[in-house]
Structures are given as structure tokens and as C-alpha cells.
Design a protein. Sequence first.
Length: 149
Amino acid sequence: MRKLRLFFLLYLCLFFINGRANFQSRQGFDPQRFQVDMERFITCEAGLSPQEAAIFFPLFRQMQNKQRAIFGEMRRYRHIDTRDQEASRKAIKKMDELDIDMKKLQKEYHEKFLDILPAGKVLDIIKAEEHFHRQTFRRMVRKDSMGHP
């Protein structure tokens, strides 16, 4: 009976997320909706209780905000004139530092997650987030290849 309930819950989550994704593709990208969909997906995939989700997601959002800041800094280095060897060298070194900063940030927050959730759930969350991003990317590529704006 428990497996049946779990299967039904997972089915409902996937049905809801798929429906939202189809609606979203017709409406354009909405960052808030993306965040809500990702949190629901992670909650379903990792099997988070409402209490666990309530303590986890504020920390998760905090980590994401800091990651966005690092990504924003990385973006600045995409526009370096590659004919300028010194600027290119500096950009490479800075991007390497930013990659290390990103990993340190992930490690810091993974430790915080482990303080509030069991390790198995934290690993499920990490996998679910990766799965959500891959799934979203595939959906975007499919939409582009079909000629949709």
C-alpha cells in the first residue's frame, strides 16, 4: 500500500510539473515559476516532508543567490578579446578562481544541508536538482528544434 501511495504521489508530481512546463513554454520564461517548479520537483523526487522542505528551501535559495552572483561574474569574462593574450590569461585565471569559489560554496551549503537533513535525502536533493536542470534543458532544446520562439 505504501508503494502504491508513493507511486501515485510521484505520478501526480510529474503530471503537475509536465503541465506547468507546457504552460510555461507557451507563456515564455518566468524565473519565479521556474523556482517553484524546481522546488516542487525536488520535494517530490527527494521525498521531502513539508517540515523538511520548510527548513531546507530557505537555505537552498540562499545558496542559489550566491551561485547566481558567481555566475554573473563569470559572464563578464565571456566577452574578452581573445587576441589580447594578457587579458585572456587573466580571464582564464579568474574563471578558474570562480570555479573553485563555486565548489567551496557548494561544499559549505552541503554541510549545512547535512546538519538539517539525513545524508540520503541530501544526496537525493542533489540528484533531483541535476535531473530537473537536465530535463528543463532538454525541453528547451526540443522547443528550439521544433522552431518555437
